[in-house]
Ligand binder design. Structure first.
Ligand code: FAD
Length: 282
């Protein structure tokens, strides 16, 4: 049986950032994830310079062999309304691709990696917990995202009684024909607030990759809202006429609305598992 001081369930940014922060402690740290990496995550991939600084990431070094789209402004409107473009003198944000970013954070985390292993359950022991029947840990950290199975053991019930933002998104590499048609510019992401102001859509180009999505605080008819949004963008020539049809869905809790227990009996929740998304932007 393997024993660790800290077992982190989930190798997304929350779990890998914690492991990285603990890298110089004397604690033994492992990350368990059901996925093998690189893996993708439904996300627009917008990170601020403050995030990179906090994570000790040098933008120039990160950009070697990876997508790092500098952002110098925004194009903002309410759907159907006037569009306002704001440009700044400096870089105000970056666009990353989660398949690259998460893999980068995972590999440098310093933790022992237990990948391709789904969390099956945990039982209490004298020293802490035993996960999946064989992995001992003094502290179990739930970093498995919105549907984190560790959060469920603390009583969270994702999907029932929680007010979550639900979103659908697509990210794909454009063909030469799509590139020629696409009027969205990488350094100016586009944000479109819905007419009822219950959510917003975005068009975010990162080099040759295009990310389109829409999220709302109510989930009924989300697919219809997304289809209307795509049609709206295509009619205005912002995105190519032909895009892959399969949008992926996901959800997250906004911190002011999150009601999950975060710490109990040597179990801690972090990241989306804890419902820590920023209220204004997600
Ligand atoms: C459409 C959309 C757009 C977004 N855009 C942005 C954005 O532009 N910028 C931004 O900062 N945030 C954005 N977010 C939010 C952001 O994606 C999340 O806040 C972030 O991914 C949370 O990181 P995390 O590490 O907590 O969880 P995750 O990134 O979800 O990672 C969880 C990990 O846990 C693993 N896992 C899950 N279940 C199990 C299990 N049973 N066993 C083992 N492993 C498991 C998964 O494989 C995964 O690797 C967006 C979210 C959505 C839905």
């Amino acid at each position: 049986m393997a024993d660790f001081d800290v077992l982190i369930v989930g190798g997304g940014p929350a779990g890998t950032s914690l492991a990285w922060k603990l890298r110089d402690s004397d604690l033994s740290v492992a990350i368990l994830d059901k996925a093998t990496f690189p893996r993708d995550k439904v996300c627009a991939g917008w990170v601020t310079p403050a995030v990179l600084e906090e994570l000790g990431i040098d933008p120039a070094a990160y950009a070697e062999g990876r997508t790092l789209q500098p952002i110098a402004g925004f194009r903002i409107s309410q759907m159907g309304g006037r569009e306002v473009e704001t440009r700044y003198a400096d870089i105000v944000s970056y666009g990353i691709r989660r398949c690259e970013f998460d893999d980068y954070l995972l590999r440098r985390s310093g933790a022992e990696l237990l990948l391709g292993q789904k969390f099956q359950g945990m039982e209490q022991t004298d020293a802490g917990w035993r996960v999946n029947g064989t992995i001992g840990a003094r502290l179990v950290v739930g970093a498995g995202g919105h549907f984190c199975p560790v959060a469920r053991t603390l009583g969270a019930r994702p999907g029932s009684g929680e007010i979550a933002v639900t979103a659908q998104e697509i990210e794909f590499e454009m063909t030469p024909e799509q590139l020629a048609e696409c009027r969205a510019a990488g350094e100016i992401p586009e944000l479109y607030f819905t007419r009822d102001l219950v959510g917003y859509g975005w068009v975010f180009r990162k080099g040759n990759f295009l990310n389109i999505g829409l999220g709302r605080e109510d989930s009924p008819r989300l697919s219809e809202h997304v289809a209307e949004f795509v049609q709206y963008l295509q009619q205005r020539g912002r995105i190519p006429a032909n895009i892959p049809g399969k949008f992926q869905g996901h959800a997250y809790l906004l911190y002011p609305r999150a009601r999950r227990d975060l710490l109990r009996d040597q179990v801690l929740l972090i990241g989306d598992a804890a419902g820590l998304a920023y209220a204004n932007s997600g």
